[in-house]
Design a protein around this ligand. Sequence first.
Ligand SMILES: [Zn+2]
Length: 245
Amino acid sequence: MVSQTVDLLKNELPLEQESVGLPEDVVNGLVLVDIINGFCSVGAGNLAPREPNRQITGMINESARLARLFCDKKLPVLAFLDSHQPNKPEEPYPPHCIAGTDESKLVPALQWIENEPNVTIRRKDCFDGFLGSVEDDGSNVFVDWVKNNHIKAILVVGICTDICVLDFVCSTISARNRGFLAPLEDVIVYSRGCATFDVPLHVARNTKGALSHPQELMHHMGLYMAKERGAIIANEVSLVTPKKP
Ligand SMILES: [Zn+2]
Protein backbone atom coordinates (compact mmCIF):
# COMPACT_ATOMS: atom_id res chain seq x y z
CA MET A 1 0.00 0.00 0.00
CA VAL A 2 2.63 2.48 1.09
CA SER A 3 4.95 1.72 -1.84
CA GLN A 4 1.99 1.97 -4.24
CA THR A 5 1.23 5.45 -2.91
CA VAL A 6 4.85 6.46 -3.39
CA ASP A 7 4.81 5.14 -6.96
CA LEU A 8 1.58 7.03 -7.65
CA LEU A 9 3.04 10.29 -6.37
CA LYS A 10 6.28 9.75 -8.24
CA ASN A 11 4.21 9.37 -11.40
CA GLU A 12 2.39 12.61 -10.68
CA LEU A 13 5.62 14.40 -9.75
CA PRO A 14 8.24 12.92 -12.06
CA LEU A 15 11.74 13.99 -11.17
CA GLU A 16 14.16 14.19 -14.04
CA GLN A 17 17.72 13.69 -12.96
CA GLU A 18 20.96 14.30 -14.80
CA SER A 19 24.38 12.80 -15.05
CA VAL A 20 26.53 15.82 -14.18
CA GLY A 21 30.13 16.23 -15.23
CA LEU A 22 31.85 18.98 -13.26
CA PRO A 23 34.52 20.62 -15.44
CA GLU A 24 37.89 20.67 -13.71
CA ASP A 25 38.95 24.01 -15.22
CA VAL A 26 36.64 25.89 -12.81
CA VAL A 27 36.32 25.59 -9.04
CA ASN A 28 33.61 23.26 -7.79
CA GLY A 29 32.78 23.14 -4.09
CA LEU A 30 31.33 20.29 -2.06
CA VAL A 31 28.83 21.04 0.73
CA LEU A 32 28.19 18.32 3.31
CA VAL A 33 25.02 18.89 5.30
CA ASP A 34 24.79 17.41 8.81
CA ILE A 35 26.43 14.04 8.16
CA ILE A 36 26.78 13.58 11.88
CA ASN A 37 26.11 10.78 14.36
CA GLY A 38 22.94 12.36 15.75
CA PHE A 39 21.20 11.94 12.38
CA CYS A 40 23.06 9.00 10.87
CA SER A 41 24.51 6.54 13.40
CA VAL A 42 22.21 3.84 14.74
CA GLY A 43 21.10 4.58 18.31
CA ALA A 44 23.11 7.80 18.60
CA GLY A 45 20.24 9.97 19.90
CA ASN A 46 16.63 11.12 19.63
CA LEU A 47 16.85 11.77 15.88
CA ALA A 48 19.23 8.97 14.96
CA PRO A 49 18.04 5.90 13.06
CA ARG A 50 16.88 3.06 15.36
CA GLU A 51 18.16 0.41 12.99
CA PRO A 52 20.48 0.30 9.95
CA ASN A 53 18.92 2.20 7.06
CA ARG A 54 19.85 1.63 3.44
CA GLN A 55 19.20 5.18 2.22
CA ILE A 56 21.29 6.69 5.02
CA THR A 57 24.13 4.19 4.56
CA GLY A 58 24.18 4.92 0.84
CA MET A 59 24.27 8.67 1.51
CA ILE A 60 27.25 8.26 3.88
CA ASN A 61 29.15 6.09 1.39
CA GLU A 62 28.57 8.46 -1.54
CA SER A 63 29.40 11.54 0.54
CA ALA A 64 32.61 9.99 1.86
CA ARG A 65 33.61 9.00 -1.69
CA LEU A 66 33.03 12.55 -2.96
CA ALA A 67 34.80 14.09 0.03
CA ARG A 68 37.86 11.93 -0.78
CA LEU A 69 37.72 12.96 -4.44
CA PHE A 70 37.42 16.67 -3.60
CA CYS A 71 40.18 16.49 -0.97
CA ASP A 72 42.52 14.65 -3.35
CA LYS A 73 41.99 17.47 -5.87
CA LYS A 74 42.35 20.13 -3.12
CA LEU A 75 38.92 21.49 -3.96
CA PRO A 76 36.98 23.44 -1.31
CA VAL A 77 34.72 21.45 1.00
CA LEU A 78 32.32 22.94 3.55
CA ALA A 79 30.75 20.75 6.22
CA PHE A 80 27.76 21.90 8.25
CA LEU A 81 27.39 20.28 11.66
CA ASP A 82 24.10 20.66 13.51
CA SER A 83 25.05 21.77 17.01
CA HIS A 84 22.65 23.11 19.65
CA GLN A 85 22.95 24.63 23.09
CA PRO A 86 21.05 22.51 25.66
CA ASN A 87 18.80 25.42 26.70
CA LYS A 88 17.70 26.25 23.12
CA PRO A 89 15.43 23.49 21.77
CA GLU A 90 14.64 23.31 18.07
CA GLU A 91 10.94 22.59 17.80
CA PRO A 92 9.14 20.51 16.66
CA TYR A 93 12.05 18.15 17.25
CA PRO A 94 13.19 16.66 20.56
CA PRO A 95 16.63 17.66 21.89
CA HIS A 96 19.36 16.58 19.48
CA CYS A 97 22.98 17.18 18.49
CA ILE A 98 23.93 19.09 21.63
CA ALA A 99 27.23 20.96 21.18
CA GLY A 100 30.23 18.96 22.31
CA THR A 101 28.48 15.58 22.31
CA ASP A 102 29.14 12.65 20.00
CA GLU A 103 25.81 13.37 18.29
CA SER A 104 27.12 16.60 16.78
CA LYS A 105 30.32 14.98 15.47
CA LEU A 106 30.88 13.82 11.89
CA VAL A 107 30.15 10.13 11.27
CA PRO A 108 33.20 7.84 11.52
CA ALA A 109 33.48 7.61 7.70
CA LEU A 110 34.00 11.38 7.50
CA GLN A 111 35.95 12.24 10.66
CA TRP A 112 39.21 12.37 8.70
CA ILE A 113 38.10 15.52 6.83
CA GLU A 114 38.57 17.62 9.98
CA ASN A 115 42.32 17.51 9.37
CA GLU A 116 42.20 18.38 5.68
CA PRO A 117 43.41 21.90 4.80
CA ASN A 118 40.73 22.42 2.11
CA VAL A 119 37.85 21.68 4.50
CA THR A 120 35.84 24.34 6.36
CA ILE A 121 33.72 23.16 9.30
CA ARG A 122 30.70 25.24 10.27
CA ARG A 123 28.61 24.43 13.33
CA LYS A 124 25.04 25.71 13.04
CA ASP A 125 22.09 25.81 15.42
CA CYS A 126 19.29 26.02 12.86
CA PHE A 127 17.99 24.00 9.91
CA ASP A 128 19.31 26.31 7.22
CA GLY A 129 23.09 26.30 6.78
CA PHE A 130 22.97 29.59 4.90
CA LEU A 131 21.41 31.41 7.87
CA GLY A 132 23.51 29.29 10.21
CA SER A 133 26.59 30.79 8.55
CA VAL A 134 25.81 34.34 9.68
CA GLU A 135 28.40 35.63 12.15
CA ASP A 136 27.80 38.21 14.91
CA ASP A 137 29.34 40.92 12.72
CA GLY A 138 26.87 40.17 9.91
CA SER A 139 29.38 38.41 7.67
CA ASN A 140 28.51 34.98 6.31
CA VAL A 141 30.94 32.06 6.41
CA PHE A 142 29.27 30.32 3.45
CA VAL A 143 29.16 33.46 1.28
CA ASP A 144 32.83 34.16 2.07
CA TRP A 145 33.72 30.54 1.29
CA VAL A 146 32.10 30.82 -2.16
CA LYS A 147 33.73 34.17 -2.93
CA ASN A 148 37.20 33.50 -1.54
CA ASN A 149 37.45 30.22 -3.43
CA HIS A 150 35.83 31.60 -6.63
CA ILE A 151 33.38 28.69 -6.63
CA LYS A 152 31.34 28.30 -9.84
CA ALA A 153 29.23 25.31 -8.81
CA ILE A 154 28.37 23.63 -5.54
CA LEU A 155 27.50 20.00 -5.10
CA VAL A 156 25.23 19.44 -2.10
CA VAL A 157 24.90 16.16 -0.20
CA GLY A 158 23.71 15.15 3.25
CA ILE A 159 20.70 14.78 5.47
CA CYS A 160 17.77 15.50 5.52
CA THR A 161 16.88 15.88 1.84
CA ASP A 162 13.60 17.64 2.68
CA ILE A 163 14.75 19.70 5.69
CA CYS A 164 18.31 20.96 6.16
CA VAL A 165 19.46 20.16 2.61
CA LEU A 166 16.36 21.76 1.08
CA ASP A 167 16.43 24.85 3.30
CA PHE A 168 20.09 25.47 2.50
CA VAL A 169 19.50 25.00 -1.23
CA CYS A 170 16.50 27.35 -1.23
CA SER A 171 18.33 30.14 0.59
CA THR A 172 21.44 29.69 -1.55
CA ILE A 173 19.49 29.90 -4.80
CA SER A 174 17.62 33.04 -3.67
CA ALA A 175 20.92 34.63 -2.62
CA ARG A 176 22.51 33.66 -5.93
CA ASN A 177 19.54 35.08 -7.85
CA ARG A 178 19.88 38.36 -5.96
CA GLY A 179 23.57 38.56 -6.86
CA PHE A 180 25.04 37.89 -3.40
CA LEU A 181 27.01 34.83 -4.43
CA ALA A 182 28.99 35.66 -7.57
CA PRO A 183 30.67 33.78 -9.20
CA LEU A 184 28.41 30.90 -8.12
CA GLU A 185 26.21 29.63 -10.95
CA ASP A 186 25.06 26.09 -10.39
CA VAL A 187 23.58 24.48 -7.30
CA ILE A 188 23.59 20.73 -7.80
CA VAL A 189 21.90 18.29 -5.42
CA TYR A 190 23.22 14.75 -5.72
CA SER A 191 20.26 12.49 -5.01
CA ARG A 192 22.25 9.38 -4.06
CA GLY A 193 24.30 11.53 -1.70
CA CYS A 194 21.18 12.64 0.19
CA ALA A 195 18.93 10.86 2.64
CA THR A 196 16.16 11.53 5.07
CA PHE A 197 14.70 9.70 8.07
CA ASP A 198 11.81 7.26 8.20
CA VAL A 199 8.76 7.68 10.42
CA PRO A 200 5.89 5.80 8.77
CA LEU A 201 2.34 6.91 9.56
CA HIS A 202 1.61 3.98 11.89
CA VAL A 203 4.65 4.88 13.99
CA ALA A 204 3.86 8.62 14.01
CA ARG A 205 0.31 7.90 15.20
CA ASN A 206 1.70 6.13 18.24
CA THR A 207 4.37 8.72 19.03
CA LYS A 208 3.39 11.88 20.84
CA GLY A 209 4.21 14.99 18.81
CA ALA A 210 5.64 13.04 15.86
CA LEU A 211 4.80 13.97 12.29
CA SER A 212 4.39 11.25 9.71
CA HIS A 213 7.51 11.14 7.56
CA PRO A 214 7.73 8.26 5.08
CA GLN A 215 11.32 8.19 3.92
CA GLU A 216 11.07 7.44 0.18
CA LEU A 217 8.29 9.95 -0.35
CA MET A 218 9.87 12.78 1.64
CA HIS A 219 13.25 12.21 -0.02
CA HIS A 220 11.53 12.47 -3.41
CA MET A 221 9.62 15.59 -2.34
CA GLY A 222 12.78 17.24 -1.03
CA LEU A 223 14.54 16.72 -4.36
CA TYR A 224 11.47 17.80 -6.28
CA MET A 225 11.14 21.03 -4.30
CA ALA A 226 14.84 21.78 -4.71
CA LYS A 227 14.35 21.36 -8.45
CA GLU A 228 11.37 23.73 -8.30
CA ARG A 229 13.74 26.41 -7.00
CA GLY A 230 16.21 25.85 -9.81
CA ALA A 231 18.61 23.30 -8.40
CA ILE A 232 20.07 20.70 -10.74
CA ILE A 233 19.28 17.20 -9.50
CA ALA A 234 22.02 14.71 -10.31
CA ASN A 235 21.89 10.95 -10.07
CA GLU A 236 25.55 10.70 -11.14
CA VAL A 237 28.44 13.11 -10.69
CA SER A 238 32.00 13.11 -11.88
CA LEU A 239 34.84 15.55 -12.37
CA VAL A 240 35.71 15.88 -16.05
CA THR A 241 38.76 17.29 -17.78
CA PRO A 242 37.61 19.67 -20.51
CA LYS A 243 38.77 18.78 -24.00
CA LYS A 244 41.38 21.09 -25.50
CA PRO A 245 39.96 23.13 -28.41
ZN1 LIG B 1 19.00 20.75 14.74
